[in-house]
Design a protein around this ligand. Structure first.
Ligand code: RP5
Length: 183
């Protein structure tokens, strides 16, 4: 009786330990962009997430050219365990705001540098969301794409110690790379 009890106890402890080991944070960032032409900017976002070892997916979703795809994408994001959405858009950049209106997942908007107005149109469209539906807005172009990934990492680091560690290391490496003198 006592032997079987001991055996059962050991078995339960082993199963608990194994399931604890298996408990991985399935954080995921979803990158979307309005057009393939945005990819040269948004790939910097992918690169930064890769460095920080954050899982991500990347899609082209256009609010005006593929509105149904956008609706299905935003509506399914929560059930697909997405933690942060990064949406790059240029011109009359309504994609991040439209997605934010369809999901409670935080949305970071990256204003793409447009040819005509150098991205000022994209920046204002994304940043000037009327109250009620926020979109976190970063800088125009590649700086924004990199910062969007770092911002997503900051959000994820609130609940994932591994990513917190990666982010701290990344920042320390950045600080060390800055020389004290310019020459
Ligand atoms: C937006 O229109 C896209 O985000 C892109 O920045 C812009 C221009 O798109 P293309 O005409 O290059 O496809 O929807």
């Amino acid at each position: 009786m006592s032997t079987s009890f001991n055996f059962k106890t050991i078995l339960i402890i082993l199963i608990q330990k194994l399931s604890m080991k298996k408990k991985r944070y399935s954080h995921r960032v979803s990158i979307v962009m309005g057009s393939k032409s945005d990819y040269s900017t948004m790939k910097l976002c992918e690169k930064t997430l890769k460095l920080l070892k954050i899982n991500y997916e990347t899609y082209i979703v256009s609010a005006h050219r593929t509105p149904e795809r956008m609706f299905n994408y935003a509506k399914s994001a929560e059930s697909r365990n997405i933690n942060v959405i990064i949406a790059g858009a240029g011109g009359s950049a309504h994609l991040p705001g439209m997605i934010a209106a369809l999901t409670r997942i935080p949305v970071i908007g990256v204003p793409i540098e447009s040819k005509k107005l150098k991205g000022l149109d994209s920046l204002l469209s994304i940043a000037q969301m009327p109250k009620g539906i926020p979109v976190g807005t970063v800088a125009i172009g590649t700086d924004g794409a990199i910062n969007a990934a770092l911002y997503a990492a900051s959000i994820i680091s609130n609940f994932d110690p591994k990513i917190k560690n990666s982010l701290i290391k990344w920042r320390s490496k950045q600080s060390k790379s800055v020389k004290k003198k310019p020459n």
